[in-house]
Design a binder for this molecule. Structure first.
Ligand code: ATP
Length: 270
């Protein structure tokens, strides 16, 4: 497999929004595109919400209008995480107020940045898929992040069918409004113990709807989750499993678990 951050120098075009993760943006030809459905998957606890939030924060700070629709946490909890990520402090320290002077300064600076260019964070409408689409229309943002696909498995019936309907509704929402929809997704078909635990397209289940309808499929692989104590703490591969406009491969990220913060190996001083 090719390490894609070494392989391309794509320049952004008018319908493209940089995610703020340089190596990924380079590979995607500058970033994600309007009208595209981008699916971000990973094992339980791999950091799907954390990476989706990191992208939302970076895009918002670059001046993109971004909404983060959360079905996994309250909006307050998401903003608390945003402060931790940006201020490089632990969420529990933030919550209990036990911050030293350095941490307090970091949080203060992060709060100012977030105040100036915040993503719009609100609960994901879960009354129906139509309610979700209506909200995406009203928001009129360039990028809508949905956390998560599983929160949209609404109604009665087999889970895979509900997920497939949700994928189709998200793609339709992206096309309707010419926005980028980025959705986090669990790997419903992934099984522990196989020789290569890296997520593959078929692990998304949903009757193949992710494979079929998404324009870009990304998956987080953190080796430490499967080989603890091997000196690979934080090392993360962000796998590009589908790329409608280019090649597949992976980029290297680093995960600071204590801050729930991902960084790009190529751009660590951001
Ligand atoms: N307040 C916290 N303090 C420390 N670690 C945390 C905190 N909240 C979450 N984590 C850990 O950070 C990692 C990433 O969490 P995140 O919620 O982004 O993962 P996820 O892939 O979206 O999870 P899930 O599969 O449960 O939806 C997880 O391993 C989680 O246990």
């Amino acid at each position: 497999m090719k390490r894609v951050d070494l392989a391309s120098d794509g320049q952004p075009s008018g319908d493209t929004v940089a995610t703020g993760f340089a190596s990924l943006d380079r590979w995607l030809g500058g970033g994600v595109r309007r009208g595209d459905l981008v699916v971000l998957g990973g094992d339980v606890g791999s950091g799907k919400s954390a990476l989706a939030l990191a992208m939302a924060l970076r895009m918002a700070q670059a001046g993109t209008s971004v909404a983060f629709l959360t079905g996994e946490m309250t909006a307050e909890r998401v903003m608390e995480r945003a402060l931790a990520v940006e201020g490089r402090v632990r969420v529990d320290e933030l919550r209990t107020g036990k911050l030293d002077d350095m941490a307090r300064a970091g949080v203060g600076a992060a709060a100012v940045r977030l105040r100036d260019r915040p993503p719009r964070v609100e609960p994901l409408p879960t009354a129906s898929l139509e309610a979700m689409r209506a909200r995406v229309r009203e928001l009129d943002c360039q990028v809508v992040v949905v956390d998560s696909l599983q929160s949209l498995a609404l109604g009665q019936g087999p889970q895979d069918e509900l997920l497939a309907s949700a994928v189709r509704a998200l793609k339709a929402a992206a096309l309707d409004m010419d926005v980028t929809v980025l959705v986090t997704a669990q790997l419903t078909r992934w099984e522990r113990g196989r020789p290569d635990p890296r997520p593959a397209l078929d692990d998304f289940g949903a009757l193949g709807a992710v494979k079929q309808h998404a324009d870009v499929v990304l998956a987080i692989y953190r080796e430490e989750m499967y080989a603890p104590g091997f000196g690979v703490e934080g090392a993360t591969e962000l796998l590009v499993r589908k790329n409608r406009n280019g090649t597949t491969g992976y980029v290297d990220l680093y995960f600071y678990k204590q801050w729930l913060r991902f960084e790009d190996m190529l751009d660590p001083d951001r």
